[in-house]
Design a protein around this ligand. Sequence first.
Ligand code: F6R
Length: 609
Amino acid sequence: MCGIVGYNGKNKAIDILLEGLSNLEYRGYDSAGVAIRDKNIKIYKAKGKIINLKEKLENKKLNGTCGIGHTRWATHGEPSENNAHPHISNDGNVTLVHNGIIENYQELIQKLTKHDYKFYSDTDTEVLANIIDYYYKKYKMGPIDAINRTMVRVRGSYAIAVMFKEYPDEIWVARKDSPMIIGKNDDGTYLASDVPAILKYTNNVYYIDNLEAACLKKDKVIFYDLNGDVIEKEIKKVKWDIAAAEKSGYEHFMIKEIYEQPEVISKTINSYVKNDIINFKECGLNKRILKDIESIYIVACGSAYHVGVCSQYVIEELSKTPVRVDIASEFRYRKPLLNKKELVIIISQSGETADSLAALREAKKMGVKTLAIVNVVGSSIAREADYVLYTLAGPEIAVATTKAFSTQLIAMYLFAIELASAKRRIDKKEYSRLLNEIKLIPGKVQTILDKEIKRIQKVASEFYSVPDAFYIGRGLDYAISLEGSLKLKEISYIHSEAYAAGELKHGTISLIENNTLVLGIVTDEEIYEKTISNLTEVKSRGGYIVTVAPKKIDVSKVSNYKITIPETIKYFYPSISVIPLQLLGYYIAVSKGLDVDKPRNLAKSVTVE
Ligand code: F6R
């Protein structure tokens, strides 16, 4: 979950490292540090955000052109300067930054202690610096040998960048189950845990695989396998645009990304719908494969899981295929019963979420076909799944997802329609009707952004200090309530819960008192009266009700305040109703003066269990 960056080339490394770390801050922001190679290796660290590190470095003359940097999301040991990376081996022979978790670090500390190694931090990372140093000195066979022996010895996940005292013009890297890319241009070589860190300098990247290592020289990168043999890699072009990774005048990335939604939804639709026909050929999925699928398991975490919950309703209704949705951290240890005619769908923005990746591997072990819905090209989940549908959200920087969520929904709607068509559960007319409606979603999202902002800001300014909020709905409205509630709690720190509207009175309604904020999502014409009854029950107990509903559904009797959304076909309402919920979460967090893009305790891309 931490961010790693490195540079070796012609220019001053410190500027590139600090800029890269700032672009990676969404991956962790407890503490940060850099190591710059001049004649010697100089290390600087600061607790807290990158700005603290920048202040510390203000008057330092750092001319070195080779260095590594790190922004931390603490796992082992509190956020402090002492625990911040880079870490060094006892005699300074090895300097290292690490992303991931070393599971057997206690055992390794015991081993190294017997060889007189001492430890100054509470991290699992420091042991890596020392074990590399240990193998380097014991076998005297150079960096690749020391790194490969370390990879065989440690358990866990890691992306590491290492500088050896005796190899001044090189940075060594290795990875297993933690993301890392390597970039190259005429000015040098770059490494990063995520594309936005180096996008300003290059979009030519190498993807380094699990249990591979590389040496970054000033003008080239040499890759090695676990045997120490050199391997060839092709350089790939990242299609992301640098502007997408910058704030471009917006106050926060989150609001910028909310506003980008019409565009990225269109892009995602257009990449799969050609001449009014859904085309999944590029990802290898065809009608014959789809026809044979008997049941579906959707597995994901957080908001991506909520996309799964929404999709369950749509896929089951359109294609009459049974769907189960599971949280990846549960799925991976549940020993799920899967059969060969099942399809496991993993949804993930980053493509690196540890639990989702593990769930994918579990499914593959059982010989089940897997489909990944992923935003980051070349990510682990994208590379390991049998089929991949990419969402075209572009880089998502705010920790709370918005645009990736919206594009994941689109990918899943298209999948549901194509599946229903392959199984002949819908005719051509229905197919066209659904596709035509999907194409209208971007415009409808834009309408909310154009017309409802003031009304949403008003609710936010009145309710930003409430202790609790509840989101209720039925069917797809319940599914989107889950996302609305998460959006609020994760960035505003207001306790909030999502409930199936009919379930509230089985216990939770006892929490409703005078002025408790309750969001009622009411878009489904078939069951809206039931939800209205549930909202009436809440209102008569003093709840303050904000409804999100299209004009044609009359919610006037229960609403204290109504947010009107454009109409669509019932399956696609999540794409529309989520927008005011994202905006409400955002404006409440802004009203509270919180750091919206980097909420406390969180980090984007959860690469640890
Ligand atoms: C919430 C949020 C998280 C992610 C979750 C999965 O706003 O962003 O709940 O949805 O951590 O992440 P990915 O999609 O990268 O697997």
